[in-house]
Design a protein around this ligand. Structure first.
Ligand SMILES: [Zn+2]
Length: 471
């Protein structure tokens, strides 16, 4: 069993990034072998004190056995990892070297940064990870989970120990990968030069990657706009494609890169039992649209969802064109809404939606004619019956001829453009891998499986109606 090193809360909005610290750690700890990929573990995105994507890292250290594989490049040095490894003792040397890196690179000046790391002989229970990605875990709770498993080092209020411990507790059910490339030190804080054309090409040529480019607003998404050391990050399902995709980008050359195994794009944050719609959790709920969506100040689109847990659903302005799909919903439509619960005002911040059943939207064509004198009747108020002005005959409102209006939206899933998705949100592109709100499929199929290769081992997948009949 390897030694688990978890680090969290070393970054700030002003600069550092915990994943960069991972590249410094693999250099400082080069005397030991990496077992498995370095890990980038995103935790509950709804934690109030977090202003950025709540991410922690985990490195597993040991003495590697068998074939090794490349997981990074730092200067001229290739970073290798092993699938398997044997245990190493938790020595003072490992502790000291880790502390030196954290102390050199963490943003101690930022009041909201509270770094910590853990070094554990054994991973804590997987339950700690699931609670940390879906709810709010207290520091005491995290400390109880790692009691007796190794050592921890905290700085300032040490809140980072929660994420550090949770990262070591992750046992992937579903996983994706991200190659993160970093900039040369003298470029930090300057404008990044990445060719948009090469990003668009990458997005088309590497279909196993996601969230590279926002085609709607024509914006490069794979590069951050903060002053941090990250040049760009390419996410995808096939780890071996990512360094190739990175090499194909035109522009600023990376100073180093590291390939992470991550829980990004897995929907791990969704609570399956959304009994109470607790604030700061993310849920997947179904219900009926209760009223036409309306656009409120700021460009946000709001509508009520009726069902077991009635709640207002909000598609915020940054979700851009997604809001137009939301506006296409009509009262009576049955949908699945996926998103995080906000406390005040009580609402669900929509991450994506599935339109399950379309309601008939009827429109009155004209007023009915009088049954006595055949004159066109007049309406008497919004809810009142129709009335003939000449002879006083009345007819109910339902007697007016109506048509069913064609709808502009069809059944299926809808999501915001790549630029406004959450790290943990499973992009629709990955939806074949398990279902929303349910556990992901274990042993995920290759995204490149051709329809033919799928049909052969599973002939029952072919619908009976289309099977060939010899005549
Ligand atoms: Zn009449």
């Amino acid at each position: 069993m390897p030694l688990y090193l978890g680090v969290d809360d070393t970054d700030s909005l002003r600069g550092m990034c915990t994943t960069f610290l991972a590249t410094e750690l693999v250099q400082a700890l080069a005397d030991w072998d990496l077992i498995g990929f370095p890990r980038l573990v995103r935790l509950n995105p709804n934690i109030p004190w977090k202003t950025r994507g709540n991410g922690a890292i985990c490195l597993r250290l040991g003495r590697g056995h068998g074939p090794r594989f490349p997981v990074g490049q730092i200067g001229n040095r290739t970073v290798w990892a092993f699938r398997r490894g044997s245990e190493i003792p938790l020595t003072d040397e490992i502790l000291t070297k880790t502390a030196q890196v954290v102390e050199r690179w963490a943003e101690f000046d930022d009041p909201s940064t509270n770094p910590a790391f853990v070094l554990l002989h054994k991973a804590p229970s997987a339950g700690l990870y699931w609670r940390a990605v879906r709810t709010i875990v207290t520091k005491d709770e995290a400390l109880r989970e790692i009691a007796g498993l190794g050592i921890r080092k905290e700085y300032k209020n040490g809140r980072g120990v929660i994420g550090a411990a949770a990262a070591t507790a992750w046992r992937p059910r579903d996983r994706t990968y991200e190659v993160l490339a970093y900039r040369a030190r003298d470029r930090w804080g300057t404008l990044r030069a990445i060719s948009g054309e090469s990003v668009r090409r990458l997005d088309v040529e590497f279909p196993s990657t996601f969230n590279n480019y926002d085609w709607e607003s024509e914006r490069v998404v794979l590069a951050p706009r903060t002053p941090c050391p990250v040049l760009c990050g390419i996410r995808g399902d096939d780890p071996w494609e990512l360094p190739v995709a990175l090499a194909g980008l035109d522009g600023e050359p990376p100073d180093r890169w590291l390939l992470f195994e991550t829980n990004q794009g897995t929907d791990d944050h969704l609570t399956r039992h959304s009994i109470a719609l607790r604030p700061s959790t993310s849920v997947s709920i179904t219900g009926r649209v209760g009223a036409p969506p309306r656009t409120v100040r700021g460009g946000h689109v709001v509508f009520p969802l009726l069902g077991r847990h009635p709640i207002d659903i909000v598609a915020y302005e940054p979700s851009k064109g997604f809001r137009a799909r939301v506006r296409d919903l009509a009262p009576g439509d049955v949908i699945r809404a996926v998103g995080s619960i906000r406390d005040v005002p009580r609402s669900l911040n929509l991450e994506k939606l599935e339109l399950i059943a379309l309601a008939d939207v009827v429109k009155k064509v004209e007023n009915p004619r009088c049954l006595g004198c055949a004159r066109r009747m007049k309406s008497s108020g919004r809810r009142g019956p129709y009335r003939c002005r000449r002879c006083g005959t009345r007819r109910p409102r339902s007697d007016a001829p109506h048509i069913i209006r064609p709808r502009r939206i069809s059944l299926g899933w809808y999501e915001p453009p790549a630029g406004s998705r959450r790290h943990l949100s499973k992009p629709l592109k990955r939806m074949a891998f398990g279902q929303v709100g349910k556990e992901a499929v274990v042993g995920r199929p290759s995204i490149r499986a051709s329809p033919k290769s799928l049909a052969e081992p599973y002939p029952c997948l072919l619908p009976a109606a289309t099977s060939l009949v010899r005549v």
